[in-house]
Design a protein around this ligand. Structure first.
Ligand code: IVH
Length: 669
């Protein structure tokens, strides 16, 4: 029976997910997990009658939220009173003792996660809704995005109550944040500086598929519907573990009952010293009265409960000497000034360099080489210079003059109006740009050329054997065997790798060119919409902007790239070499102009194709996928379970609704 098979797969996947994310005891490999998930996806697409809004397939994302609905919180989401000194903590404890007329009050100490607050509701054990804090009284419904977070259960386990709402914090682990930034670098984009702001931005992305890829985490710190028999905050939170929530670990000293000031101070000091060993960021600790009865007695102010307080750690700061300012040149020519510091211990690591962001930042602080500066590591991962100690500045120090030429190639730097960054536009001859582009070209996510790595690129460049990636294809066996570390086998492997790379599909080749802002996803969209490089090169700004997800900045960048004659020559040479500069025959055979210029919305669950397949078909046939219905919408392809609000809107605007079969008829006509 199909239904049983689907249910079994869901329950298996939920179990494996739980073992991996909550118990840290994976039972199967990632590959096996993905295989099971794919099986389930295929079955669900074929049998929409058995669809489930909380199926593990929702973790992958794909649902688009065009605008987030604002919803009132059943119980307001308050904030915490902050404190920054041990004296304030002592005053808090004294006040509690006084108000409760007792010196024997139990407190719970826990971590203060540096992320975004979330309220998640369940009904009958099923994920119902996730809301942001908003203004505390009402927040935004970010359910589609939150469902992709693997440490949040979609179905509860154990003996859960009919209705339950939990509160917690959504955040990036250090590893997930670093991975995201590596991708930004690979796409030639600026990195994100602050994990908290990025987590907040990620929750508000329209495409839950993108949210899923970013790998957010969630820690639960509160239960809104505590059963009457539960008397303490400690039990209320630890009890959530049985339902499948990720709660703070007692054994790792992340959640501790304390009965006196000393124990609380010890907890504060412990994490003050050890917080940088955690795999995620905290900005303090939270101290809460344990007894729920006492919570009621203490009550709250308009903003925050009187039974809790946070102790915020100061961003770690040290003073050190600014030895130099060095300009770094990125793959896209963007210049970042970097402070070269006298090495100093900060937040558990030796810091030698810190970002200075741009010229304005340096001028605002009036930084001078030789200054003694404050270096800080706060919510940001990368240390920054925050201040200058003017009192000990030697009078001989000169004002810093921002260089006007590139430190690598001496080409004059440019700073466009309204931009804070300087650029070196000498892209053809500036070594870090040339090398960076070549390294991008060969990298795993791009053309994945076997037998060559970043080091080999540098070595080939330094030996004058290559000046651009296209030169790789002129290399001979005799050139390569001469290089240090190369042997017969490795040379042959590289030559074969280069040959194979010409078989990569058009979208990869487009990504490989290294056009600013044209990352993996944009390259794919462009390939499908324009089908070959000539059409893309000829496309007008209007034609480009028409494409869903392609904004002005990307359009400008594409136009600029192809306006340069040497890029035209490069494309010609790539054609001669036999690169795929058009979509595959298989894709071409499925393409036409039948939907040319039409803006199409797909909505609901479909019988014969996945949503991605339908989107691809629309793009291949000249149509544009759009997430929202407007007067411009040519028609809506509706599957099962299209939302009632979409129906209403379509009717109001007089937009035609067609079925999956109707779309096939149009395409096969
Ligand atoms: S309790 C009524 N516990 O800090 C108190 N909050 O300003 C509700 N936070 O918005 C919060 N870690 O997002 C609590 N262990 C923790 C927390 C925590 C982080 C955040 C939360 C809240 C803010 C308080």
């Amino acid at each position: 029976m199909i239904k049983e098979e689907i249910l079994k797969l869901r329950s298996q996947l939920n179990h494996y997910n739980h073992m991996y994310y909550l118990e840290s005891k994976p039972e199967i490999s990632d590959f096996e997990f993905d295989q099971l998930l794919k099986q389930l996806q295929v079955l669900e697409e074929k049998h929409p009658e058995f669809s489930d809004p909380n199926s593990p397939t929702k973790r992958v994302g794909g649902d688009i939220t065009k605008s987030f609905t604002t919803v009132k919180h059943d119980v307001p989401m308050q904030s915490l009173g902050n404190s920054y000194s041990e004296q304030e903590i002592q005053e808090f404890i004294d006040r509690i003792h006084k108000e409760l007329e007792s010196d024997e009050v139990e407190f719970v100490c826990e971590l203060k996660y540096d992320g975004v607050a979330i309220a998640i509701k369940y009904e009958n054990g099923e994920f119902l809704q996730a809301l942001t804090r908003g203004n505390g009284l009402q927040g935004d419904d970010v359910s589609n995005n939150v469902k992709t977070i693997r440490s949040i259960p979609l179905k509860l386990r154990g003996d859960y109550p009919n209705k339950i709402e939990v509160r917690g914090e959504i955040m990036f682990s250090n590893a997930a944040f670093e991975k995201l930034n590596e991708e930004m670098v690979a796409n030639g984009d600026q990195v994100y500086a602050n994990p908290r702001n990025t987590a907040s931005g990620t929750l508000k992305l329209q495409d839950s598929g993108v949210v899923a890829q970013r790998g957010l985490d969630c820690f639960i710190y509160g239960n809104v519907n505590v059963p009457t028999e539960v008397k303490t905050h400690f039990e209320a939170v630890t009890g959530l573990l049985d339902f499948g929530f990720l709660t703070p670990s007692v054994t790792e000293n992340r959640f501790k009952i304390c009965t006196n000031t000393q124990e609380i101070m010890d907890f504060i000091h412990f994490w003050g010293e050890n917080r940088f060993t955690l795999p995620f960021a905290i900005d303090g600790i939270v101290i809460k009265v344990n007894s729920l009865e006492q919570h009621k007695l203490l009550g709250s102010t308009a903003k925050s409960p009187k039974w809790a307080i946070s102790f915020k750690y100061q961003a770690e700061q040290v003073e050190t000497v600014l030895n130099d300012i060095v300009l770094q040149v990125g793959r896209t020519g963007a210049i970042t000034p970097v402070a070269q510091l006298e090495p100093v211990l900060l937040a558990g690591t030796v810091v030698k360099r810190a970002s200075l962001f741009n010229e304005d930042y340096i001028q605002k602080l009036d930084l001078r080489i030789g200054d003694t500066v404050q270096v800080e590591k706060g919510g940001e991962i990368i240390p920054k210079v925050t201040d200058v100690n003017l009192e000990i500045r030697p009078s001989s120090l000169e004002r810093y003059k921002y260089p006007d030429i590139c430190p690598e190639c001496e080409h004059p730097l440019e700073r466009k109006e309204n931009e804070v960054n300087h650029y070196c536009v000498n892209e053809e001859a500036c070594p870090p740009q040339v090398i960076g582009r070549m390294q991008h070209f060969i990298s795993r996510k791009v053309l994945d050329i076997q037998g060559i790595g970043d080091e080999t690129i540098v070595s080939l460049y330094e030996h004058g054997l290559i000046k651009a990636f296209i030169d790789l294809y002129n290399l001979k066996y005799d050139d390569l065997i001469e290089l240090e570390g190369m042997a017969d086998i490795s040379v042959k492997k590289l030559i074969q790798g280069l040959k194979d790379s010409k078989q990569q599909p058009f979208q990869k080749v487009l990504f490989a060119l290294g056009i600013r802002h044209v990352g993996e996803v944009v390259a794919k969209t462009l390939a499908r919409n324009f089908k070959n490089i000539d059409a893309l090169m000829k496309a007008s700004e209007e034609e480009l902007i028409e494409v869903n997800e392609i904004g002005k900045v990307i359009v400008q960048s594409i136009k600029e790239y192809f306006s340069k004659p040497h890029h035209g020559e490069l494309i010609l040479r790539m054609k001669e070499l036999g690169f795929h500069l058009e979509i595959s025959e298989e894709e071409a055979s499925q393409s036409s102009q039948k939907l040319q210029g039409m803006s199409i919305v797909i909505s609901g669950v479909f019988l014969d194709h996945s949503r991605d397949e339908l989107k691809t078909m629309i793009e291949l046939n000249g149509g544009k996928n759009s997430g929202s219905i407007s007067k411009k919408t040519a028609f809506i392809v509706a599957g099962d379970k299209m939302g009632p609000s979409k129906f209403e809107k379509a009717e109001k605007l007089g937009v035609k609704i067609i079925s999956e079969q109707d779309l096939m008829n149009i395409l096969n006509d």
